[in-house]
Design a protein around this ligand. Structure first.
Ligand code: NDP
Ligand code: 8X3
Length: 251
């Protein structure tokens, strides 16, 4: 039986690229997200490569739905080897004192609580089997705040703390925990952040060659493929002309 990887938020961007990359790597894939038609399209593509695929359509903020989806997996799909906690995003770029309550709740519920729910559902099995790998998609935004980043940056700082905390809590096992911290990656991220304003989103990537979802998927594969005694704890991955969350050289 091939190993099994589960990627949350596999309908777009980094998650979609991770699903393809891990499939090529030889994993059977569980792909999750809210947009069923995009999950189905990716599932067809992966199946044509000879990969076993299960799609799970649920919102990571809905704990009951997440629990039902994971507990309802067929027995031969229960032993998940790799969990990529990727689902998430940024909503808004307003100063903290003018932020939108709904945007705040969406970020906190998705990026922190959704990640925690998936970890809580899947890691006990890894601990019991004494094998597994959790890859959390954090961000350079978690290292330091930038203008308007406030709550998003806080959620990605939380991803760092939760990754470090989990690594401590599983140190007595062979389970590994990796926090990947990308900088600018051109995906649907900025379209979501600006509530569908494509022109404003495009401006984020003007004058700089950003990373791609595939670049980040390659980093995930590097961590996952490292020898069993090697734990890639963190990877900060930036575009060449980006130096930090707020220092970006544009041509
Ligand atoms: P995209 O908007 O392209 O993809 C986001 C993915 O998350 C989608 O598949 C979406 O699926 C899923 N998602 C969002 N909310 C939920 C939810 N409530 N329940 C289930 N799935 C959800 O953005 P990226 O690929 O760029 O973002 C992926 C991760 O990478 C995020 O955690 C983001 O913070 C992080 N990141 C992104 C960077 C960037 O510059 N792009 C840099 C650093 C980190 P669906 O809508 O179908 O539910
Ligand atoms: C996404 C990268 O710099 O836009 O986490 O916050 S950034």
């Amino acid at each position: 039986m091939k190993k099994i990887a589960l990627v949350t938020g596999a309908t777009s961007g980094i998650g979609e690229a991770c699903a393809r990359r891990l499939a090529v790597n030889g994993y059977n894939m569980i792909i999750t997200g809210r947009r069923a038609e995009r999950l189905d399209a990716l599932a067809r593509e992966l199946s044509e490569m000879g990969v076993g695929v299960i799609t799970l359509e649920f919102d990571v903020r809905d704990r009951e739905a997440a629990t039902a989806a994971i507990q309802g997996l067929p027995p031969e799909w229960q032993e998940i080897d790799v969990l990529v906690n990727n689902a998430g995003g940024a909503w808004g770029l307003e100063p903290e004192y003018e932020g939108d309550y709904n945007d705040w709740d969406t970020m906190i519920d998705t990026n922190i609580k959704g990640l925690l729910t998936m970890t809580r559902l899947i890691v006990p099995g890894m601990v019991e089997r004494n094998r597994g790998h959790v890859v959390n998609i954090g961000s350079v935004a978690g290292d330091a705040a930038y203008a308007g980043g406030n709550v998003y940056c806080a959620t990605k700082s939380a991803v760092k703390a939760l990754s470090d905390g989990l690594r401590i809590d599983v140190a007595h096992t062979s389970v590994r925990v990796t926090n990947i911290k990308p900088g600018l990656v051109e995906t649907n991220f900025s379209v979501v952040r600006f509530h569908g304003d494509k022109e404003r989103a495009d401006n984020v990537y003007k004058g700089i060659q950003p990373l791609t979802g595939e670049d980040i998927a390659e980093c995930v594969a590097f961590a996952v493929n490292a020898p069993a005694h090697v734990q890639v704890a963190e990877l900060l991955v930036l575009a060449t002309h980006q130096a930090s969350g707020s220092v970006i050289h544009r041509q």
